[in-house]
Design a binder for this molecule. Structure first.
Ligand code: NAD
Length: 260
């Protein structure tokens, strides 16, 4: 039961972040939703959490490609909720291209959003967690934090970086009531994955169904996508007392991908 805990989930107006925020709210936590947009529907989404889960929820805009905005997100969340007990670093983007054609500005943006933002939010959230003597930092990495695929050099680099930072932060917080872990999903059918299908079709010269079956789920021995609820449930477990001695490590939710 996470009643009274206050959670910030980055990149949570869609996909896995939204699924994680929903499972945390179901478990009783108050939540901050975030993305770079500032639309009525973002704030409506947060308001709907109150009605659906009976928790306090708000939406805070921050563009996490900017380190200062990443730190400001945590400061604003603490100002509005009185603290940040659970931090889920989920925001992420992808681009698929051979490395010699990879646009430099896209490389830099992927590293900024997928890796650097987690450094900034973690640095901003840790002092409060230390003062409280309790905290949970959960980084949504990827099977690509443990293995690689061609044409995803920036993403694979960022996600391996996230896994490394998870270990370092696990060590820096050990014995302080704080844990830091990474969840490594395989393929989850979210807008991010939907948007990759056309690029993969081009790179591999395949139709949509063939890309899903032979490129995406070919890596996933279960032959099934993981769901956002399953990623959210793993995060909730990492927040529980059962997981108090789980730190500085990765949990794969990938249908067997990384066992191959
Ligand atoms: P998604 O595109 O549905 O969601 C990404 C979220 O990040 C969105 O809420 C988006 O608004 C937000 N975001 C993007 N740029 C941002 C920015 N500059 N500032 C703030 N927020 C920003 O994608 P998803 O599939 O739900 O991915 C979520 C995370 O899970 C990512 O880190 C991704 O790498 C990881 N992941 C996804 C899969 C998968 O199969 N879907 C697998 C492994 C890991």
């Amino acid at each position: 039961n996470l009643k009274g805990k206050r959670a910030v989930v980055t990149g949570s107006n869609s996909g896995i972040g939204l699924g994680v925020a929903e499972e945390l709210a179901k478990a009783g936590a108050d939540v901050v939703l975030n993305s770079f947009t500032n639309r009525d529907e973002d704030h409506d989404l947060a308001r709907s959490f109150g009605e659906r889960f009976g928790v306090s929820a708000r939406y805070i805009q921050a563009d996490l490609s900017d380190g200062a905005q990443a730190r400001a997100l945590i400061d604003e969340a603490v100002a509005q909720m009185g603290g940040c007990d659970i931090l889920v670093n989920n925001a992420g983007i992808q681009h698929v291209a051979p490395i010699e054609e990879f646009p430099v500005e896209v490389w830099n943006r992927i590293i900024a959003i997928n890796l650097n933002s987690a450094f900034h939010t973690t640095a901003a959230a840790l002092p409060g967690m230390r003062a409280a003597g309790w905290g949970r930092i959960i980084n949504i990495a990827s099977a690509h934090g443990l293995t690689a695929s061609p044409y995803k050099s920036a993403y694979v680099s960022a996600k391996h970086g996230v896994v490394g930072m998870t270990k370092a932060v696990g060590l820096e917080t050990a014995g302080q009531g704080i844990t830091c872990n990474a969840v490594c999903p395989g393929y989850v059918l979210t807008p991010l994955i939907e948007s990759q299908i056309p690029d993969q079709m081009k790179v591999h010269n395949m139709d949509r169904e063939t890309v899903i079956r032979e490129v995406m789920l070919q890596r996933q021995p279960s032959g099934q996508f993981a769901t956002t609820e399953q990623i959210g449930g793993t995060v909730v477990w990492l927040c529980s007392d059962y997981a108090a001695q789980v730190t500085g490590t990765t949990i794969s939710v990938d249908g067997g991908w990384t066992a191959l």
